[in-house]
Design a protein around this ligand. Structure first.
Ligand code: MTE
Length: 320
């Protein structure tokens, strides 16, 4: 991506580099409990390699979200082509991201709620349950993918948090630990990464909290152990490795928006008719292919989300 204060940061859109061989696919931990599929996450992993821990049994696929009308992206491709700036600004951060420890991961729920609380990730999953959904993902850099995510509706998190009537927005924050994520030493970035949505967006059926993919616990480079996926918005809105959820009456300013609001607006709804200042948004390249395919308004999810924006201007990328 994305914001370039220094010319040498200018990234070319990298070609897909198949680095998956360095991920040890044989370190499978079998026999894990169902809802507690995260139980062993990280606990047996060396800092360098994350075992691929299957959800057992694999959560059922929700039939309402089972047909993205595009082929699923091979895991070997998108698990080695990631945006996770905490670990570097190239797409090849998968190895570096293994430094993240997800042991004893706790999420703090704060702000305009009846009672702030903290909850461990395993507890959270026990409370919400999990399901599988096939979702499209469209990055503003004009590449896209289809992923079988495992997770739970964001609405369930909202219900658990019990926001007060004054809450108008939900904001998420990623961890901050410069010992683990070396790029967080870069002072020109406003760490930690944050992103926010309106309460209506957060409670839309599509808004999804992700804890796994491809039948397994989330790869660290995907944003383990808990990330968001808002499939009708550009990818930068889907924040990774969440440690804080905050309800607020003020519109949050996200990580990229605070760097360059003319390029990364709050709404950031996928819209082929509205170009990013540096990239056309008319077409996209599915990861793993060289073809370009047309981009769809709201990434193909207009039926589910257009109603959220009827008073606005059809999902422009840079609404301020
Ligand atoms: N979340 C955090 N914490 N840090 C990031 O750099 N990058 C965003 C989003 N969430 C990012 C993040 C961007 S730009 C995209 S396109 C997606 O994550 C990429 O998700 P993926 O690596 O799973 O494809």
């Amino acid at each position: 991506m994305i914001y370039h204060r220094r010319p040498q940061w200018q990234l070319k859109e990298n070609t897909v580099t198949d680095e998956h061989l360095f991920l040890n696919r044989r370190q499978i931990i079998a026999g894990m409990g169902a809802g507690a599929g995260l139980a062993l996450l990280g606990s047996g992993a060396s800092a360098a390699m994350q075992p691929e821990s299957p959800f057992s049994p694999r959560p059922a696929r929700n039939p309402a979200f089972a047909d993205p009308a595009r082929p699923v992206t091979p895991e070997s491709i998108n698990s080695t082509y990631n945006n996770f700036y905490e670990f570097g600004s190239s797409k090849q951060i998968a190895r570096e991201a293994q430094k993240l420890s997800t042991d004893d991961w706790v999420v703090s729920v704060e702000g305009l709620v009846d009672k702030p609380f903290q909850i461990g990730i395993e507890d959270l999953i026990k409370r919400t349950g999990v399901e599988e959904r096939l979702y499209r993902h469209r990055c503003v850099e004009a590449w896209s993918m289809v992923v079988p995510w495992i997770g739970f509706p964001m609405r369930k998190l909202v219900d658990l948090a019990r926001p007060t009537s004054g809450a108008k927005y939900i904001e998420f924050a990623t961890f901050k630990d410069t010992k683990v994520a070396k790029e967080q030493k870069a002072s020109w970035y406003p760490w930690p990464y944050t992103e926010g949505y309106t309460m209506a967006e957060a409670q839309n059926d599509l808004a999804f909290m992700v804890v796994g993919a491809y039948g397994k616990v989330l790869h660290k480079q995907f944003g383990a152990p808990l990330r968001v996926h808002m499939p009708w918005k550009y990818g930068f809105k889907s924040i990774k490795s969440i440690v804080r959820v905050r309800f607020t009456d003020k519109r949050p300013v996200g990580f990229w928006e605070s760097l360059q609001k003319r390029e990364y607006g709050f709404w950031a709804n996928v819209n082929p008719a509205f170009d990013h200042p540096r990239w056309s948004q008319a077409t996209e390249r599915p990861l793993g292919s060289e073809e370009r395919i047309p981009t769809l308004l709201y990434n193909g999810y207009a039926e589910q989300v257009a109603g959220l924006y009827k008073n606005n201007d059809q999902g422009r990328v840079n609404w301020f």
